[in-house]
Design a protein around this ligand. Structure first.
Ligand code: AHR
Length: 492
């Protein structure tokens, strides 16, 4: 066991809501995320509900998925929504130019996406096409989905079998418009944003395409130009992926040593600086924090599994990914005053997925169990914490050994803790003043090896297990975090 760390919970300062949308997910028309992963069609011999995989639907409901972003990603700025409505056999096929050049038959379109969201009880978040689409096309999509007026678009919706509008609040206006979404300058995109946002009418939560990683100039220009018409912007996105070393050296998802473990966790922690620096730019234009920072793409991005299509971005998911998820979610919770939504990329079979599928089989990944464990924070009130902990040192470099966040909901205090050290347990003293608790319980995710993962046809190696926690005495409680673990402590 390492030295003694301390965590003080300032329950008296709890006031900021942790939006459930921070636990959001992202599903793009990419590899086997939609087709095979979510949707198999009604004629499939894989058990399905109206074409949606029954096993995946059940797992997502159990995990309490609150929100799903669709249809991309880079795909969104090539997607023409009218190709994906009406009788499926009449829908045109297109080529998915970004992801493997495969044929997209458009059998999963607007109705299927919104039906799926209803089935899994998730808020839908639709990303409009700015890169290759028109203002009219975007405006008509919003009208088709959300309007209750008598209009050509609502008539078309009714002809396609849906009388009532859907309640879709979240709309993204373009994706990565500095790159695959049109290679624009921030000035040009911000002007386009204002134009598109003007014609996407209704009581919507409009999300501007924000910066890549640390492009602070992009954030500044978007905030400056959109703040001229504040009612047009409710959120600005941030995309940040974690690689082993860099974009050109992503590393393997499963085959790594302690160097790969350390480097991925060290890179994960950079999210804090990104959130804080982007937030401080946002503060200059929006001091009351009305505009949300929407981390709508985050997660680990490794080399594809050997022998799989490089355009499909399929990777396995180990205990290391569980730590990455736990650390990021703690950072989002602790910045819930500005971070209003975050969507891990991507939900099934792509990048840091919670679910992997292979024909009839389904695997729940270590990341899945972190989302399930952390679901207690959804719509809870964040408790500010003060953490003093040891360092985890590797090869002359160091990171804090512990990551933590806490919240309270319906009288239950939930504390999530990660021990980044793969070799040593970490003992942590918790202090909670002004409250007595009648009971305590816990859960843990860990495994004997840092690169353990769950695989098809095998017993699960990494899953949620019960964790013994003593009841606090006089507001004090000691917890021993196993090495390389994610832990939940609940007090009530
Ligand atoms: O998630 C994969 C891709 O990463 C998305 O399509 C794009 O937005 C980002 O570059």
């Amino acid at each position: 066991v390492q030295g003694q760390s301390t965590l003080t919970l300032h329950t008296e300062q709890a006031k900021t809501k942790i939006n459930k949308e921070i636990y959001g997910h992202f599903a793009e028309h990419l590899g086997h995320c939609i087709y095979g992963g979510i949707y198999v069609g009604v004629d499939s011999d894989i058990p399905n509900i109206r074409g949606f995989r029954e096993d995946v639907v059940g797992a997502l409901q159990d995990m309490k998925i609150p929100l799903l972003r669709w249809p991309g990603g880079c795909f969104a700025d090539t997607y023409h929504w009218k190709d994906g409505i009406g009788p499926q056999h009449k829908r045109p096929s297109i080529v998915n130019v970004h992801w493997g050049g495969v044929t997209e038959d458009n059998s999963f379109g607007t109705h299927e996406f919104l039906d799926f969201c209803e089935l899994i009880h998730a808020e839908p978040y639709i990303n409009l096409n700015v890169g290759s689409g028109t203002v009219q096309e975007a405006s008509e999509w919003v009208e088709y989905v959300t309007s209750s007026n008598e209009s050509p678009m609502t008539k078309l919706r009714k002809e396609n079998g849906r009388d009532k509008p859907w309640d879709v609040k979240y709309w993204g206006i373009g994706n990565e418009n500095w790159g695959c979404g049109g290679n624009m300058t921030p000035e040009y995109y911000a002007d386009l944003y204002n134009r598109f946002a003007t014609y996407c009418r209704g009581n919507l939560y409009r999300i501007a395409g924000g910066p890549s990683v640390d492009d602070y100039n992009w954030m500044r220009v978007i905030m400056q130009k959109t703040s001229l018409h504040p009612y047009l912007v409710q959120g600005v996105s941030l995309h940040n992926y974690t690689f082993t070393t860099s974009w050109t050296d992503k590393g393997s998802a499963t085959d790594f040593d302690e160097g790969g473990w350390f480097s991925v966790l060290q890179n994960t922690l950079k999210m804090k600086t990104l959130i804080e620096r982007h937030s401080s730019i946002m503060d200059q234009y929006d001091p009351n924090k009305r505009v949300g920072l929407i981390v709508d793409e985050w997660g680990d991005w490794f080399n594809v599994e050997p022998g799989t299509n490089p355009g499909f971005l399929y990777q396995q998911n180990t205990l290391r990914d569980a730590l990455v998820a736990g650390i990021n979610l703690n950072m989002f919770n602790n910045h819930a005053d500005r971070v209003k939504m975050a969507n891990i990329a991507q939900m099934v079979n792509v990048l840091q997925s919670v679910i992997l599928t292979k024909e009839k089989e389904m695997v729940l990944t270590p990341t899945y169990y972190v989302f399930k464990m952390y679901s207690v924070h959804q719509d809870a009130t964040m408790i500010p914490v003060n953490l003093n902990c040891d360092d985890y040192e590797y090869n002359g470099q160091s990171v804090p050994a512990v990551s933590a966040s806490a919240s309270v909901k319906d009288g239950v205090v939930s504390i999530t803790l990660c021990n980044l050290n793969p070799e040593k347990a970490e003992s942590i003293d918790l202090t909670l003043t002004g409250q007595e608790f009648a009971s305590a319980s816990g859960q843990v995710i860990t495994s004997p090896n840092m690169n353990d993962y769950n695989d098809f046809g095998q017993n699960e190696k990494v899953a949620l297990k019960a964790f013994d926690v003593k009841k606090p005495k006089n507001g004090k409680l000691s917890v021993e975090l196993p090495s390389k673990s994610v832990v939940l402590v609940q007090l009530k």
